[in-house]
Each structure stands twice: as structure tokens, then as C-alpha cells.
Design a protein around this ligand. Structure first.
Ligand code: 0X9
Ligand code: CA
Ligand code: CA
Ligand code: ZN
Length: 323
């Protein structure tokens, strides 16, 4: 389990308990479901937050994913914080109520529960990143190199099973990414993708990143200059609210097979990657901030998340365009 100084973080069982408690407390606002199983057969839980949550209403849909990377435990807390704020806040906060009433918000707090549990299993952090799927030489596929848009194209991932950025044997060879893909594919209704926007939460470096990650070019097939302008304008406005640094993903380094490139390339979902606290650290210590920072470093993103939800009907609106 989590060591002393970190017991405020949720392990997998505690995360599931928290989600179930939310269902008990706010059955009028949430639906809990599993999108399938991890490699080690853990449920990949997803919670929907909206008014009339049992109905598929004509409201812009928004997706938040957390914990693709096992050791990035602060991101689980970020997703749970989003759930809590939009449910506990509903009765008393009119701006929260307006967002919940006008959006369908899907939240997957742990995309990689096997890796996350492995990271804490001995009571000392293992600094584990990948999932726990065996490969030909070692263990683990990097979920954020396993997505099927320009998979393995560009030197932004590894074919070596022992690498921290092992891309897997094929796009979606990891069950965890395949199940998120399947869910997103089911949201194409009448030929129209219902999910308009997405944030994938990571740690660390305090960055807001947008596609593409596989190329240094600002524009590329499927991403024109106007769209790039939308990504950067919304990215910068969110960054002004949380103090992160906004940039195209490849400005950090080239990655191929990352989730945001697939969400945009395949579905035209306006997809961002947020790298949370801290801004910098030595070695892997940045993945392990004490639990005392959880409250401040999750609520720090509240106004950026609100802006993001607000524009989720039509992100091009931010540069005066229509949808
Ligand atoms: O390498 C990653 O997957 C991310 N950094 S982390 O330290 N959380 O592992 C950055 C990914 C940046 N690229 C894209 N988002 N495309
Ligand atoms: Ca609704
Ligand atoms: Ca809908
Ligand atoms: Zn990460």
C-alpha cells in the first residue's frame, strides 16, 4: 500500500469505494460502469456526471482520463477531485450546476490500475510506469505509446520490451488502451462523435500539451492552421488560469502512439495532456509529492477545467469560429 506520508492517496480499492460512495450520495447525477478489464482483470471504472445521467442527452460530451502511467498517482486524485467537485458542488454552486446540466462528463480515474497497484504493493514505491502485461523480454507496455495514430512512426517510442516507452506489439495491444478506444468508438452516434473534448492527466512538469506529438510541425494531415490556432488559444487561456506552461506536445519531445494524437487524428476530439505538479524535480521524486499537496494541486486546476468545459460545446468559439 501507500507508505507513510502518502496515505491520503487512493489505492485501487479506495478509489472504487469512493466511486461507489458517490453513487450512493448522488444517484441523480452519476452512473458508474466498467468499460472492461485490465490485463490482470481489474475493472476499468468510468463514472458519468450529468443531469439525467441515465439518459443519452443532446449535450456535448467531455472525457477525462487519469493514471495511464502507473506512478502518476496524483492524477487519480485529480479525476476523483473532478467527480467530487461536480457532484458535491451541484446543490449549492450555480456555475457548477450550469456545467453539469449542459454537459455529459465521462471520467476514468485509473486507466492503468495494474501498474498503479504494482507501484505500491511492497509499501515502497517502485517508480513503475507501464502496465503489467508480459512481453517477449520483460514486463509492461507504455499505454501512452500504444494508441493507433501514427503508432511507432517517428522514433517517439521503443520496440524493446524492457524500455519505459515500449510501444507494444501493435497499436492497442494493451487491453487498457483498447478498452478506452472501444468506449470512445461507441460514442459515435449517427456518424457523429459525441465526445468533443478530452484531457489526459499526467505528472509532472506543469505543462498543457496539445497534438500532434509525433511531429514537430504545427500543422500536419488532419490538423490545419485554424485548428492549431484553436488548440493553442484554448491551451494558453487554460494555462493562464493554472500557471502551467502551454506548448505543442512535440515541443516537450517527440512521442508516437500517444492518446491525444489518436483522439484528435481519429475522432477530431480536442484532446489535451496536462502534466501536473511539480514543475521540476530530480530523478523520479517528482512522481511522489506528499499527500499534503493533493488538495492544493488538484483544486489549482478548477478554473482551467471550468473554462475547458465551458468551451466544450465548440472549442473553435474561442477564436470566434462556429461549429
Ligand atoms: O511521455 C509521456 O507520455 C508524457 N510525459 S510523462 O512524464 N507523464 O510520461 C508526455 C507525453 C507528451 N506527448 C503527448 N502528449 N503527445
Ligand atoms: Ca444530462
Ligand atoms: Ca449525449
Ligand atoms: Zn505520464
Amino acid at each position: 500500500d501507500f507508505p507513510s506520508g502518502y496515505t491520503g492517496y487512493h489505492n485501487y480499492a479506495e478509489m472504487v469505494a469512493e466511486l461507489n460512495q458517490t453513487v450512493t450520495d448522488h444517484s441523480n447525477l452519476v452512473r458508474l460502469s466498467s468499460i472492461g478489464k485490465s490485463y490482470q482483470n481489474r475493472d476499468l471504472w468510468m463514472i458519468k456526471v450529468s443531469d439525467n445521467p441515465g439518459a443519452d442527452e443532446a449535450e456535448p460530451e467531455v472525457l477525462f482520463t487519469c493514471n495511464q502511467h502507473a506512478r502518476e498517482h496524483l492524477t487519480v486524485e485529480m479525476c476523483l477531485h473532478i467527480v467530487k467537485r461536480f457532484t458535491d458542488g451541484y446543490a449549492t454552486n450555480s456555475s457548477i450546476r450550469n456545467l453539469v446540466d449542459s454537459r455529459e462528463i465521462w471520467i476514468i480515474p485509473s486507466v492503468n490500475p495494474d501498474g498503479s497497484e504494482y507501484d505500491i504493493a511492497t509499501g515502497s514505491f517502485r517508480a513503475w510506469r507501464k502496465n503489467r502485461q508480459p512481453n517477449s523480454t520483460s514486463t509492461g507496455t507504455d499505454p501512452n505509446r500504444n494508441w493507433g495514430w501514427q503508432w511507432g512512426c517517428c522514433g517517439g517510442s521503443s520496440s524493446s520490451g524492457s524500455s519505459e516507452t515500449y510501444r507494444g506489439t501493435a497499436a492497442f495491444s494493451a487491453p487498457e488502451t483498447a478498452r478506452v478506444r472501444d468506449f470512445v468508438n461507441t460514442r459515435v452516434v449517427g456518424g457523429v462523435q459525441q465526445i468533443k473534448t478530452h484531457i489526459d492527466w499526467h505528472t509532472f512538469s506543469e505543462l498543457i500539451l496539445w497534438p500532434y506529438g509525433y511531429t514537430y510541425n504545427d500543422t500536419a494531415p488532419g490538423l490545419d492552421a485554424t485548428q492549431a490556432q484553436v488548440f493553442s488559444t484554448l491551451g494558453r487561456q487554460m494555462a493562464a488560469l493554472n500557471g502551467y506552461t502551454p506548448q505543442q506536445a512535440s515541443d516537450l519531445y517527440i512521442t508516437d502512439g500517444s492518446v491525444d494524437d489518436w483522439m484528435w487524428g481519429q475522432h477530431k476530439i480536442w484532446s489535451y495532456t496536462f502534466e501536473m505538479y511539480p514543475a521540476s524535480a530530480s530523478g523520479t521524486s517528482g512522481f511522489y509529492p506528499r499527500d499534503s499537496v493533493i488538495a492544493a494541486q488538484t483544486s489549482r486546476n478548477d478554473s482551467a477545467v471550468d473554462l475547458f468545459l465551458n468551451y466544450s460545446d465548440c472549442p473553435p468559439r474561442i477564436i470566434g469560429r462556429t461549429c
